[in-house]
Design a protein around this ligand. Structure first.
Ligand SMILES: [Zn+2]
Length: 91
Protein backbone atom coordinates (compact mmCIF):
# COMPACT_ATOMS: atom_id res chain seq x y z
CA UNK A 1 0.00 0.00 0.00
CA UNK A 2 1.51 3.39 -0.96
CA UNK A 3 1.82 6.13 1.60
CA UNK A 4 -1.39 8.08 2.26
CA UNK A 5 -0.51 11.13 0.13
CA UNK A 6 -0.09 8.89 -2.93
CA UNK A 7 -3.41 7.09 -2.51
CA UNK A 8 -5.38 9.92 -4.12
CA UNK A 9 -5.68 10.12 -7.89
CA UNK A 10 -4.11 13.56 -8.09
CA UNK A 11 -0.92 11.80 -9.20
CA UNK A 12 -0.78 9.78 -12.39
CA UNK A 13 0.63 6.29 -12.10
CA UNK A 14 3.29 4.95 -14.44
CA UNK A 15 4.15 1.24 -14.30
CA UNK A 16 7.90 0.65 -14.66
CA UNK A 17 10.11 -2.41 -14.71
CA UNK A 18 13.22 -1.93 -12.61
CA UNK A 19 16.53 -3.60 -13.52
CA UNK A 20 15.96 -6.33 -10.93
CA UNK A 21 12.84 -7.40 -12.85
CA UNK A 22 10.28 -6.17 -10.34
CA UNK A 23 7.36 -3.96 -11.39
CA UNK A 24 7.05 -0.70 -9.50
CA UNK A 25 4.63 2.19 -9.79
CA UNK A 26 6.00 5.70 -10.26
CA UNK A 27 3.80 8.55 -9.12
CA UNK A 28 4.02 11.68 -11.28
CA UNK A 29 2.17 14.98 -11.30
CA UNK A 30 -0.58 15.11 -13.91
CA UNK A 31 -0.08 16.99 -17.15
CA UNK A 32 -1.85 20.33 -17.62
CA UNK A 33 -4.99 20.31 -19.77
CA UNK A 34 -4.74 20.69 -23.55
CA UNK A 35 -4.63 24.23 -24.98
CA UNK A 36 -7.92 25.58 -26.32
CA UNK A 37 -8.78 28.15 -29.00
CA UNK A 38 -9.44 31.59 -27.49
CA UNK A 39 -12.50 32.15 -29.71
CA UNK A 40 -14.30 28.85 -30.28
CA UNK A 41 -12.84 26.84 -27.39
CA UNK A 42 -11.85 23.91 -29.63
CA UNK A 43 -8.78 21.86 -28.78
CA UNK A 44 -5.56 23.08 -30.41
CA UNK A 45 -3.40 20.51 -32.19
CA UNK A 46 0.37 20.68 -32.23
CA UNK A 47 0.52 22.44 -28.86
CA UNK A 48 2.50 20.60 -26.20
CA UNK A 49 1.08 20.35 -22.70
CA UNK A 50 3.79 19.28 -20.30
CA UNK A 51 4.93 20.46 -16.89
CA UNK A 52 7.50 23.27 -16.56
CA UNK A 53 10.82 21.44 -16.71
CA UNK A 54 9.96 19.30 -19.75
CA UNK A 55 8.42 22.36 -21.42
CA UNK A 56 11.67 24.29 -20.90
CA UNK A 57 13.77 21.57 -22.55
CA UNK A 58 11.47 21.33 -25.59
CA UNK A 59 12.19 23.26 -28.80
CA UNK A 60 9.84 26.15 -29.51
CA UNK A 61 8.79 24.52 -32.80
CA UNK A 62 7.47 21.54 -30.80
CA UNK A 63 5.41 23.74 -28.52
CA UNK A 64 3.33 25.88 -30.89
CA UNK A 65 2.55 25.93 -34.63
CA UNK A 66 4.71 28.58 -36.33
CA UNK A 67 1.89 30.61 -37.85
CA UNK A 68 0.05 33.77 -36.83
CA UNK A 69 -1.84 33.20 -33.57
CA UNK A 70 -0.27 29.71 -33.36
CA UNK A 71 -1.01 28.28 -29.93
CA UNK A 72 -3.77 30.85 -29.35
CA UNK A 73 -6.35 30.42 -32.12
CA UNK A 74 -7.36 27.37 -34.15
CA UNK A 75 -6.71 27.45 -37.94
CA UNK A 76 -10.33 28.24 -38.92
CA UNK A 77 -10.63 31.06 -36.35
CA UNK A 78 -7.27 32.47 -37.57
CA UNK A 79 -8.61 32.42 -41.14
CA UNK A 80 -11.83 34.19 -40.13
CA UNK A 81 -9.89 36.73 -38.06
CA UNK A 82 -7.58 37.60 -40.98
CA UNK A 83 -10.53 37.93 -43.39
CA UNK A 84 -12.30 40.21 -40.91
CA UNK A 85 -9.21 42.40 -40.45
CA UNK A 86 -8.65 42.75 -44.21
CA UNK A 87 -12.29 43.72 -44.76
CA UNK A 88 -12.13 46.26 -41.92
CA UNK A 89 -9.03 47.79 -43.49
CA UNK A 90 -10.68 48.10 -46.95
CA UNK A 91 -13.86 49.72 -45.66
ZN1 LIG B 1 -11.26 28.45 -32.93
Amino acid sequence: MPRPSLRSRSFRRIKKKVPGGASVIHYLKRRPSQAKCAICGGLLHGVASERGDRMKKMAKSKKVPSRMFGGNLCPSCTKNMLKKKVREKDA
